[in-house]
Design a protein around this ligand. Structure first.
Ligand code: FE2
Length: 287
C-alpha cells in the first residue's frame, strides 16, 4: 500500500457570487485540470446576514452536478425539475444539471449564520445532455460511523460498511465528513487512479507531503484544501485540538473543459449553443 502525499495545499480567496454572497472560492477555473472531475469548491459561511441573504436567485446550470452540504443555517431552494424546499444543518443537495436546470438557492436568516460547502462535479461528455435530476438527503439519513478515533459521516459512496444516501450519481464520488479526536489518526482507502482532496473545516490535519510541496507536511488549518497525489490510502492525523474535515474522491474524466460561468461543456460550440438557447428561451430540455 502506498500512502498518498499532499501535492498541493491551497487556501480560498474571497469571492462574491450569486446576487452578492460573500464566500471563499477554494478552487475553481484555474485548478480544474488538477482536480478533475471536480471543478469548483466554495465554502460559504458568515454570521453576518449581509454576507449571505442576497442568495443565489434563479440561474442556469448545464453539464455539471452541484453538491451543496449545509453545515449551519437553512437555505430555501427551488428548481425547474419541480424540486424545492428548505435544507438545514447536515442536509445534502445533489443537483445533476445535465441538459439544463434553472434553480435558486436563498439562505434564510439564522442566529448562527449560514455555513456550508458547494462542490461542482463535472459530467462526462456523454452525460452532459442527460435529463436533469435532483437528489436530496436530510441529516438523519446520513450514516454516522463511529471509529476508534472519531466519527465518519458517509454522504456518498461507502465507508466502514455504511453507504451514503446519495446513490446513482455520475462519478460516484466518495464524500465523507470526518471528525477526529485530538491527536488521532485515520487511515482511509482511496483506490489508485482516483482524484482525492480534503478540506479542513476546523482544527488541524497533518498528512505526509510530497518533497517539493512548499512548507512540507506542516499542519493544515481550517480553510485549507489539500490535493493528494498517487497512492492507495490516505493517512490523516488531527492536531491537539482535534479536527473536522471532508474528504472527497472520484475517478477523473480526462476530457476537454469549456467553461462559461454556471455552464461547463467540452467545446466552445457547445457553450455558445447553451448561451444562445438561454437567450432564445429553449435552454430547458426536460423538467
Ligand atoms: Fe446553482
Amino acid at each position: 500500500m502506498a500512502i498518498r502525499e499532499a501535492v498541493l495545499s491551497i487556501k480560498g480567496r474571497t469571492a462574491y457570487d450569486g446576487a452578492g454572497v460573500k464566500l471563499q472560492r477554494i478552487f475553481g477555473h484555474a485548478d480544474a485540470n488538477r482536480f478533475d472531475p471536480f471543478l469548483l469548491l466554495d465554502a460559504f459561511g458568515s454570521d453576518d446576514p449581509a454576507d449571505y441573504l442576497p442568495g443565489f436567485p434563479m440561474h442556469p446550470h448545464r453539464g455539471i452536478e452541484t453538491v451543496t452540504y449545509l453545515l449551519e443555517g437553512s437555505v430555501r431552494h427551488s428548481d425547474s425539475t419541480g424540486s424545492g424546499g428548505v435544507i438545514g444543518p447536515g442536509d445534502l443537495q445533489w443537483m445533476s444539471a445535465g441538459s439544463g436546470i434553472v434553480h435558486e438557492e436563498m439562505p434564510l436568516q439564522s442566529p448562527r449564520g449560514v455555513h456550508g460547502l458547494q462542490l461542482w462535479v463535472n459530467l462526462a461528455a456523454r452525460e452532459k445532455m442527460q435529463s436533469p435530476a435532483y437528489r436530496g438527503a436530510v441529516a438523519s439519513e446520513v450514516p454516522v460511523v463511529p471509529t476508534g478515533s472519531g466519527t465518519v459521516r458517509v454522504l456518498s459512496g461507502s465507508w466502514g460498511g455504511a453507504s451514503g444516501p446519495i446513490v446513482g450519481v455520475a462519478r460516484s464520488p466518495v464524500y465523507l465528513d470526518i471528525e477526529l479526536n485530538p491527536g488521532s489518526t485515520i487511515q482511509l482507502d482511496v483506490p489508485r487512479g482516483r482524484t482525492a482532496f480534503f478540506y479542513v473545516l476546523s482544527g488541524t490535519v497533518t498528512t505526509a507531503a510530497a518533497e517539493d510541496l512548499p512548507g512540507g507536511s506542516k499542519p493544515c488549518s481550517g480553510g485549507t484544501c489539500v490535493l493528494l497525489g498517487a497512492g492507495d490510502e490516505a493517512l490523516l492525523t488531527a492536531g491537539p485540538e482535534g479536527a473536522r474535515f471532508v474528504i472527497v474522491h472520484a475517478p477523473p474524466l480526462h476530457e476537454p473543459i469549456a467553461w462559461g460561468g454556471p455552464i461547463v461543456m467540452n467545446t466552445r460550440e457547445e457553450l455558445d449553443r447553451a448561451f444562445r438557447e438561454l437567450d432564445e428561451g429553449t435552454f430547458i430540455k426536460s423538467r
